[in-house]
Design a protein around this ligand. Sequence first.
Ligand code: F0G
Length: 427
Amino acid sequence: MQSWLSCFNPACRVHFDIHDVIYNCPKCGGLLETQYDTTCIDAAILKRTFRERRMSNEPLEQSGVWRYRELFPFLDDYAHVVTLREGNTPLLQSTRAAAYGNLKNIAFKHQGFNPTGSFKDNGMTAGVAQARRLGMERVACVSTGNTSASMAAYASAGGLEPLIFIPNGNISYGKLAQALEYGAKTFQVDANFDQILALVRILTERLGIYLLNSINPFRIEGQKSIVIEMMDQRDWKVPDWIVLPGGNLGNVSAFGKGLRELHALGFIDRLPRLAVIQAAGASPFYEYMKDKTNFIPQHHPETLATAIKIGDPVSWPKAQFEIETTNGLVESVTEQEIADAKAIIGQSGIGCEPASAATLAGIRKLKLDREADVVAILTGNVLKDPDYIYRYHTGQLKGPDGTPITANYGNAPIVVPNDAARIEALL
Ligand code: F0G
């Protein structure tokens, strides 16, 4: 099947070779996307094939990404693939979370079940496969945590050298620990995410290093598998809403593209609506979408949800298109709202990292139809920010500006003497 890169800018749309090492259109500077000749795709046959592959012991079929490879056929040789059996993440129901969100039902698609603990693995397996296919030896990214852990794992597993750039003091120790353990050369830079991304783009260009941030169109292709797998798990029944947190806005771009393609190819009969939730202190896309006049980056984004602490999201034009195409919404939520929603998801026995909890906080705020069929994406694992969790439950959590966050659903440990009778009294 034929594949190529295309400029996403509607006024340009120039095509480029799939092997070109470019991240923006060389002609107009627009974002890039991959496109395919899909004339030989038969949805009914492929739906069956996807199911049958779940019974296979072949690594490629066991991957919750590559099992769906006909829907992103940019590789000509699957020997380039490195899989840690990413994807395969569950859809989990929660009565408690549904009630909190004023809904009858809710399902969480929990990407925190991925090998390195976040949805980044869905995209990284694709980005690293492209890097190997191009003969790249070094790969780089800037990250607030999840991307770095994911890239480090996939690059090392594939024999590439991972180079990671992180904002000094703004990464969780668990994530930094993963990057170090997976053998990444790690640079802590005294700047924020957006500033470091600009720096890394200069370095990767100068030194011939492959850039694996979400501006890379092949990562977006891998992340499409999140919605493809979700539809497969739902027997291709389309939900009313898919709700996800927004930072750099790569994931909403991937979801929108994946859903449009599923629809055009006859896998699904309509498009769900997409809702992107941002943290109030890092919400340039939310602000822009109010009147769509000027996209104004925020120079000092602030939120404890470090994964979405991004003031200048690169993929906003794609995100705008996908929100408009799906008749979607953008909302913003406060630190208190994120913390409380996170505790509710935790009380459901599910758990997630702060950025992921923005989904439930946003759902509560949006006051969706109670009967709506809603899937919320939990993008990362509960163990990302244990310090945040402990502080919340013990009433010590403070917002970025020092404002105390109330432990409305707190669950502090109880200090007891070594005395059965006294403990019995407490029980
Ligand atoms: N949720 C989690 C857990 C993330 O790690 C990220 C991004 C997002 C949501 C936002 O996704 O950028 O596609 O809108 N984390 C990046 C990182 C910034 O460095 O790991 P987006």
